[in-house]
Ligand binder design. Structure first.
Ligand code: NAD
Ligand code: GLY
Length: 360
């Protein structure tokens, strides 16, 4: 078992990583308040892990409420959020209630936003069950739901009390969802850590085979990088935006195709290729660097070609981005492999990168 910390003064919290953690009541208790433990999960995850988690909470002495909502990105919306509020209110949950988010990034973001807003904020614990959630979304306190016009547009920064990353849960994760998580893992190498990028190039086959040692290293290093960045810039006024490499293009893909059509990590993967191409056109990366980005993403079994939504539609969608300022789209670009930066780029300069992204 490994333990890291997100250092945010009085809002800091541990990330515990390892196998079998959801069975350990002493661990779960570390994040609990004195009231009801309301476990929010989806109808797809509930049959796999809900009973284990509620039994563990009950062994730890908690009174447990189960809240099971519809699964998937298309359900990350107001309607589903309201189901959570309905259940909390119907069961007279007070401000001492702890919300336990059991699931992937969708449940983590949705339940986290419920925790941020229910009675102006109640404690919450992240129990991630997808690779994407273990390496990215459960850490850092970004919570949100989607709006039909834009991804993650309604949300709050709200840190959990504890992240309990049980690596055993990945044993039931389908390959497509697993690969989607690898998209966020390789992102850390591209934006921040060239040595980790080289390690990923050398170990991608082991990761695809879910080799426990390789997987543990990838999860730990990803969490370390993310925790370090969040500790420097919790509310994304600077370096935290680097974590959005590929996301301006990726969110446009997700919204443009309809939520859930492409998985988040798939859209981000194709978006990172587009961002690498744009970085080359801005004079930073070489042709060989872009080929390396494309090759690693392809080896992870992720898409490297973006869907052709049409340039006008891409720009419309990309203008609804949280990094946009005064109508100008700001992109996360690579200065070199292992270091990112953020800059506005005029549409005319982005157009050739988009053209390459949909056709290569
Ligand atoms: P997801 O939560 O939809 O999970 C993918 C699918 O896997 C779902 O159908 C889910 O039911 C299923 N599943 C989950 N755990 C399982 C398990 N152990 N075994 C079998 N099936 C399982 O998708 P995701 O990829 O985890 O998360 C994507 C979301 O995360 C997006 O909405 C994205 O915006 C968000 N996100 C948030 C942050 C953040 O910092 N808050 C960062 C990255 C992504
Ligand atoms: N996934 C982007 C962030 O947490 O900032």
């Amino acid at each position: 078992m490994d333990e890291l910390r997100v250092n945010l003064a009085d809002r800091g919290y541990p990330i515990v990583i390892g196998p079998g953690l959801i069975r350990q009541e002493a661990l779960l208790k570390r994040g609990l308040g004195s009231g009801i433990a309301a476990v929010v999960t989806s109808d797809r995850i509930a049959p796999l892990y809900l009973k284990t988690v509620t039994d563990t909470l009950a062994r730890g002495g908690a009174q447990v409420l189960e809240i099971v909502v519809p699964d998937g990105e298309q359900a990350k919306n107001w309607e589903t959020l309201n189901l959570v509020y309905d259940a909390l209110l119907a069961n007279r949950c007070d401000r001492k209630t702890t919300i336990v988010a059991l699931g992937g990034g969708v449940i983590g973001d949705l339940a986290g936003f419920a925790a941020a807003t229910y009675q102006r904020g109640v404690p919450f614990i992240q129990v991630p069950t997808t690779l994407l959630a273990l390496v990215d979304s459960s850490v850092g306190g970004k919570t949100a739901i989607n709006h039909p016009l834009g991804k993650n547009m309604i949300g709050a920064f709200y840190q959990p009390q504890l992240v309990l990353a049980d690596t055993d849960t990945l044993s039931t994760l389908p390959d497509r969802e697993y690969r989607s998580g690898l998209g966020e893992v390789v992102k850390y190498g591209f934006i921040y850590d060239y040595a980790f990028l080289e390690w990923l190039e050398a170990n991608m086959d082991a990761l695809l085979a879910r080799d426990p040692a390789a997987l543990t290293h990838a999860i730990r290093r990803s969490c370390e990088i993310k925790a370090g960045i969040v500790a420097q810039d919790e509310r994304e006024t600077g370096i935290r935006a680097w974590l959005n490499l590929g996301h301006t293009f990726g969110h446009a893909i997700e919204t443009g195709l309809g939520y859930g059509e492409w998985l988040h990590g798939e859209a981000v993967a194709a978006g990172m290729v587009a961002a690498a191409e744009l970085s080359r056109l801005q004079g930073n990366l070489s042709v060989a660097d872009v080929a390396r980005v494309r090759r690693l993403i392809k080896r992870a079994g992720l898409p490297t070609v973006s869907p052709d939504l049409g340039q006008a539609r891409y720009f419309d969608l990309m203008r609804i981005d949280k990094k946009a300022e005064g109508g100008a789209i700001r992109y996360v670009l690579l200065k070199r492999l292992g270091e990112a930066y953020v800059a506005p780029v005029p549409d005319a300069q982005v157009a050739p990168a988009l053209a390459a992204a949909v056709s290569n």
